[in-house]
Design a binder for this molecule. Sequence first.
Ligand code: UGA
Length: 431
Amino acid sequence: MDIAVIGAGYVGLVQASGLADLGHQVRLAEASPDRIEILRRAELPIFEPGLHEMFERGLSRGLITLHSDNVEASAGTDLVFLALPTPAGDGGKADLRIVEQVVDELVPGLGPDTILVLKSTVPVGTALRLQARVREAGWPGAVASNPEFLSEGNAVDDFFRAERVVVGAVSPADARRVAEVYRTLPARIVITDPSSAELIKYASNCYLATRLTFANSIANLAEHVGADVVDVLEAVGLDRRIGPHFLKPGPGYGGSCFPKDVAAMVALSEEAGYDFALLRTVVAVDELQRTRIVERAQRLVGGDLRGRRVGLWGVAFKAGTDDIRESPALKIGQALAGRGAVVVAHDPRARTTDLTMAADPIAAAAGAELLVVATEWADYATVDLAEVAKAMLDGAVVYDARNLLDPEAVRQAGLRYVGVGRGREDVPPVT
Ligand code: UGA
């Protein structure tokens, strides 16, 4: 099939490269001159394991062509995937102006059988609204919804080993035509209406955010009652009906998706006349999780962070990515600095100008009385703890906000250890 992908952001790059790997001819359009320049050099503007190889393969086989003009890229194609930004606008509502502009721009040049496919996460009802909009503009083609379920750091695998491909269109035949591009994937194909497809995406992310917030709450409770959340949630996850995923407590959720999608779901519920009280609470409880961690960090240094040297391991929103958007790790670093601490951070991939960055984990810990582990990079679990202890001040404490390190090994190295939800520790829990 001849396919256009509009937008070479994270989603568009994975979609274009993945479809080319499945043997499709893909025209990838990108509006930013800087980005298209990078892509023309066969480089990527983002880091994602395995994606660069896949993108290069598509380019060298001639299956991916690059375009700076959306109309040129889309003309004569069977499917046009829109992978465009939908930033959070007023009151958390997704801002659809970019999507609408591009649709208006494309429609006059599209054939009657082309299908416009929304890949970006958009409020429920968007595909139907756009369908009405293009009809008014006199274009007879269809607008379908095909939400992505890629997680950063694992996107290539998520694409090829997708559990489900969801396509929503007014006509099931159109939805099946879209699903056809994925036919060689092992995924279960779900054909539905556009609004259900859009809701599936939000419901999935909001469920995961809720589940994670529940895990964090159990961790907080464990600190009060003297239980070990690692044992508790491992056993809970052994129940087949529950399963082990998204039960790792930490500093709350971040990234470009969960915070935006949960806020958008609350906003769209409100607009639809439904008070989604559960999700409103999730937002508030998640926010509190970072405050609790900062509070606890403050207590660990005796109640006053002013002038205190604190090391921060990790600024990325999770391991395996250089993305710092809505990063809990970065927010914690900023909050500690805001309370007067002298924070020196390290991250294997991510960079920020908001904090002083050290070249390696030991340098971040050097001279500190507190080390906060904020991103769960596997690299940190193998750092020589004796070196860490040597570099830090006497009586220093490691606050492992990801439960990444082995508490016994940390203690044996001569450091104090405090985790998240690891029973009653030597500081009282934050209420
Ligand atoms: C998420 C979803 O997992 C994808 O399925 C979805 O396609 C994507 O959003 C999106 O909408 O585009 P992502 O934002 O890459 O993917 O990150 P996740 O791996 O889901 O992690 C989200 C947050 O939860 C991170 O801050 C992570 O550290 C945190 N988390 C996750 C935990 O603290 N504990 C866990 O057990 C799991």
